[in-house]
Design a protein around this ligand. Structure first.
Ligand code: NDP
Ligand code: ZN
Length: 353
């Protein structure tokens, strides 16, 4: 089979590989639609997870099952399925402790385009099929379905990590597709004010539509000053980080947070050795400013619940899609678009079916 792969750090290309083998609990799926992710860019061009050779990229897909193992109960060949980007081993102790994303070791629930070939192949392998696939509900469009793989669960996980409560003031740093879903999630959770930090015009427009009450352009001066101005010097209750870096951005998040506040980070820090926490603004270590950073949990239940949010129109993730391609061979183009991030891009999608 063909796949679009990371050949090495900074290098991508098409590869020929054997079709993956299906274990007794697994499924083999063919993609119906896929989307490249900013994380693929960190992986290839920043070498964020280290060297990988001829690893098929991609972790965002909706697909059709072509084969299942003999112990799989709820899925069969021909089923159209949602697949989260994170596919944990549900029987591990980490999963039993509530940290499925770290099943088998830190970040080990993230398998596609990390420890094994991803979804930019003609076929891909899904471990623990009963736990990691969800039936594609009737009436759910492929565009939304692909966004359910990563953008929706990750953006909403930022909201969960920051633990947004009714009436909270929230700053969402970064309003690419992930941060935009955080804005939508904070709005559903009952935030009173949502300050959205970004600059691309169509992201700004969508942030407003999804519930942002003010836009902060980080290119127009220090975002901490801008937040302090909007809050009469008080700062915000919650910060969700979905863009920026581990130094300036982290420091800014701590500075704009009220004592007792919480940061939810879903940003993938692709470079640098340390994260910067400003001592004085962290209350000299005593400010009760909590930092929670996490990978989204994945799994069938989560996918079913999030799909129901789309079906009831509480979130509209298909609005993230600005560029649509038709045909497997366009995966390369879509990925390079994600790398170059033209001003009008939020998220590209490749329809294969
Ligand atoms: P984008 O690159 O599309 O968006 C990044 C956002 O951050 C943009 O709004 C951008 O502004 C803004 N930004 C850039 N620099 C700064 C800065 N210095 N200060 C403030 N804002 C800044 O990324 P995605 O939305 O696709 O992804 C966001 C992050 O989430 C990525 O790091 C990605 O790898 C990660 N991720 C994490 C996952 C997880 O499970 N934890 C899963 C999926 C993704 P502008 O409008 O100017 O572009
Ligand atoms: Zn992703």
């Amino acid at each position: 089979m063909k796949g679009f792969a990371m050949l090495g750090i900074g290098k991508v290309g098409w590869v020929e590989k054997d079709r993956p083998v299906c274990g007794p609990l697994d499924a083999i799926v063919r993609p119906l639609a896929v989307s490249p992710c900013t994380s693929d860019i960190h992986t290839v061009w920043e070498g964020a997870i280290g060297e990988r050779h001829n690893m098929i990229l991609g972790h965002e897909a909706v697909g059709e099952v072509v084969e299942v193992g003999n112990l799989v109960k709820d899925f069969k060949a021909g089923d159209r399925v949602l697949i989260a980007a994170i596919t944990p081993d549900w029987s591990t102790l980490e999963a039993q402790a509530g940290y499925s994303m770290h099943s088998g070791g830190m970040l080990s629930g993230w398998k596609f385009s990390n420890f094994k070939d991803g979804v930019f192949g003609e076929f891909f392998h899904v471990n623990d099929a009963d736990g990691n696939l969800a039936h594609l509900p009737e009436g759910l469009d492929l565009e939304s379905a692909v966004m359910l793989a990563d953008m929706v669960p990750t953006g909403l996980h930022g909201v969960e990590l920051a633990d947004v409560q009714f009436g909270d003031t929230v700053c969402v740093i970064g309003i690419g597709p992930v941060g935009l879903m955080s804005v939508a999630g904070a709005s559903i959770r009952g935030a009173s004010e949502i300050f959205a930090v970004g600059s691309r015009p169509n992201c700004v427009e969508l942030a407003k539509e999804f519930g942002a009450t003010a836009i902060i352009n980080y290119k127009n001066g220090d975002i901490v000053e801008q937040v302090m101005k909007l809050t009469n010097g008080k700062g915000v209750d919650r910060v969700i980080i979905a863009g920026g870096d581990g130094e300036t951005t982290f420091a800014q998040a701590i500075k704009m947070l009220k004592p007792g506040g919480r940061i939810g980070n879903v940003n993938y820090l692709g470079s640098g050795d340390n994260v910067l926490i400003p001592r004085a603004e962290w209350g000299c270590g005593m400010g009760h400013k909590t930092i929670a950073g996490g990978l989204m949990p994945g799994g069938r239940l989560k996918m079913e619940k999030l799909a129901s949010l789309v079906l009831s129109k509480r979130i509209q993730p298909s609005k993230l899609i600005t560029h649509k391609f038709h045909g497997f061979e366009h995966i390369e183009e879509a990925l390079l678009l994600m790398k170059d991030k033209p001003k009008d891009l939020i998220k590209p999608i490749v329809i294969i079916e």
